[in-house]
Design a protein around this ligand. Structure first.
Ligand SMILES: Nc1ncnc2c1ncn2[C@@H]1O[C@H](COP(=O)(O)OP(=O)(O)OP(=O)(O)O)[C@@H](O)[C@H]1O
Ligand code: SF4
Ligand SMILES: [Mg+2]
Length: 317
């Protein structure tokens, strides 16, 4: 990776006595797309929330996250966040219908962001808002400016959310399952739109995806999470062509067996955060577990072009 935009080291999040994220480390290059993959409760949204500075007062956060010239996002005061959030880092939420304000028109919500963040004048903000709506594929964009969110379909609302998130040309975009509230026929279009738009603008994107095939086709890097820990991470092509972590391999085999790219849960269940094992968190479901896996926690180490946390990885293909 030549030009690193984000470098997360040892991100650990405690909610009360529960260690929701444990020593999560990964990095992302400028203009790269990264997929966070893992079963429900793995901590994907918590990573996005921590890196957007949204956990203040709710959780104890440790570790560092160097972002461009900001030495550590995780220790930034709220005042500094107000200059970064929405401008350098933006987020597309899962449910656009809930994230958009029902009391204001689409145009008013977009121009407010443009005027506040970029100090544009009224006419300039309007022209840019229309151009943004056109760029996200909203036909009749000028007329849509005066529509209220409820007058748009779910797909159109999500396109508006994408336009708002991209309004200030952020360096890093978080998209947390941005299509799970949408009809399945629209999902692929919106994912493609987000990926195309971020690539076009040279932005980086952290995508929470439940679709392994899509992750491998469209994301440069992948981070596989299990119960709050990184199990395997690296270039998507390397990790998914030849997964070395038993959990990644299990996820991949489920996709092949079920014959769909959707991430269906493999057999067994994720341990509860109140009752985590001392060793590897995947040990109770792992077909390759050794006695030491139950007592010693494997650390994330560089192995064959990827990061891997496992005492007994699969053989290389
Ligand atoms: N506000 C909260 N208060 C307490 N615990 C929370 C809160 N939000 C998340 N958690 C817990 O943190 C853990 C990780 O949750 P998170 O939402 O990050 O997982 P996820 O990987 O995004 O899952 P999903 O795929 O279901 O969205 C879960 O055990 C969850 O119950
Ligand atoms: S550390 Fe042990 S239990 Fe954990 S994934 Fe590797 S082999 Fe399986
Ligand atoms: Mg989530």
């Amino acid at each position: 990776m030549t030009d690193v935009l984000l470098s997360v080291e040892g991100l650990t999040v405690h909610r009360g006595a529960r260690r929701i994220l444990d020593d999560v480390s990964f990095s992302l290059g400028r203009g790269e797309t990264l997929a966070l993959v893992g079963e429900s409760g793995a901590g994907k949204s918590t990573i996005a929330a921590a890196l957007m500075g949204l956990l203040a007062g709710q959780a104890r956060v440790e570790g560092t996250a160097a972002f461009d010239e900001a030495p550590d996002l995780l220790s930034l005061p709220e005042k500094a966040w107000n200059r970064l959030r929405g401008r350098r880092l933006a987020m597309i939420f899962q449910d656009a219908g809930a994230a958009l304000n029902p009391c204001y028109t689409v145009g008013s919500q977009l121009t407010t962001v443009l005027r506040r963040q970029l100090s544009l004048g009224r006419a300039e903000a309007r022209a840019r808002a229309i151009a943004l709506l056109e760029s996200v594929g909203l036909n009749d964009a000028a007329a849509r400016m005066s529509a209220y969110p409820h007058q748009l379909s779910g797909g159109m609302q999500q396109r508006v959310m994408v336009a708002i998130a991209l309004a200030c040309d952020p360096d890093l975009l978080f998209a947390d399952e941005p299509t799970s509230a949408l009809d399945v026929t629209i999902q692929a279009q919106i994912v493609r739109l987000i990926l195309d738009q971020t690539k076009q603008k040279g932005a980086s994107c952290i995508f929470v995806l439940h679709d392994l095939a899509l992750a491998s086709q469209s994301c440069d890097r992948i981070v596989v999470l299990y119960a709050g820990q990184v199990m395997e991470a690296g270039p998507s092509e390397t990790v998914l062509r030849d997964p070395r972590h038993p959990y990644t391999r299990l996820l991949k085999s489920c996709v092949i067996e079920i014959g769909t790219s959707e991430l269906d849960p493999p057999p067994g269940s994720v341990p509860g955060y109140d009752d985590l094992p001392a060793g590897c968190r995947f040990a109770s479901r792992c077909p390759r577990a050794l006695p030491r896996c139950r007592t010693d926690k494997p650390r994330l180490e560089e192995v064959a072009g990827r990061s891997l946390a496992c005492w007994n990885p699969e053989e290389a293909a």
